[in-house]
Design a protein around this ligand. Sequence first.
Ligand code: XIL
Length: 333
Amino acid sequence: DISSLHEELAEHFPLGAAIDARETSDPSAELLLRHFDGITAENHMKPEEIQPVEGTFTFDAADELVAFADDHDLRVYGHTLVWHSQTADWVFEDADGNPLTDSPEHQQLLLDRMQTHIEAVAERYGDRMWAWDVVNEAIDESQDDGLRRSEWYRILGPDYLAHAFHFARDAFGPDVQLYLNDYNTEFPAKREAMFQVVSDLLDAGVPLDGVGHQLHLNLVRPVAMVEDTLERFRELPVQQAVTELDVSISQTAEESLPTAPPERLVRQGYYFRDLFDVLRAYDDVLTQVTAWGLHDGRSWLRTWPVDRPHEAPLFFDDQLQSKPAYWGVVDPD
Ligand code: XIL
């Protein structure tokens, strides 16, 4: 057969996949190029990979992905500049290895580090990426101001977000879309917390162009929750993207089975069908949909939060073959 995911979705939005450098050779590369329009670095552009030691920039793996994208005309989505996780410890420490405080000197030091990192990435890649997750996972709906108490927040306070977006706009220029990205945005409380944070940033003139919904979903999370979130953010002058889509087939986070129960893969096919019905209907606000991995054998959910050999959250199985999730999108009847 000659079906292809990205051809199927072409009139709606581009489709991306998160990959590591190992996906740039066949047979993975062949599958990627047949079905996807773009890539996100699953890990290679995270702060700890790009600047493991202060002032030492390691772009090799990221460069490999970008070169592959150049060779094949793929869009590249940048992930990520400012995050509490996968960021080297030195970022939040003084020269003696002690934690930075919220003193004016330490605040300036951390802001300088933030700016230096963003400028180095921008200098390397310019506008090669059409968008960047400028800040990742900043929202905590249990806090009054909706902001996660990360190291960034602890040292700089809530203003760190505005600083990050301004540094990014200054460094990348107007053609690179700047995103605030988070998980669980389909839940009402988190949705509203993020909505408030984004509205406030926009009111303050912060250069934020888009909201990223990771969409790490599962079979019992109603697709209507996703629809409600896309509808809510439609009220704001922002683009939206699905940045890290996968649909877990596990019933609990700890469940671990030797293989995927066939019946769940069928249910997952219907889930993907219903989800993409919604996503297609929001193609006027969605700039891209990105799957968090190329095939089940490479999904982070195989090992997180526990070893789960049965986990199968993507369009293709370990043998790179299409499964009901694929057919739910390509042949939804
Ligand atoms: C995950 C990667 O998939 C794993 O390979 C890595 O070990 C941990 O990070 N939210 C994000 C992504 O924004 O960067 C995470 O990616 C998954 C959750």
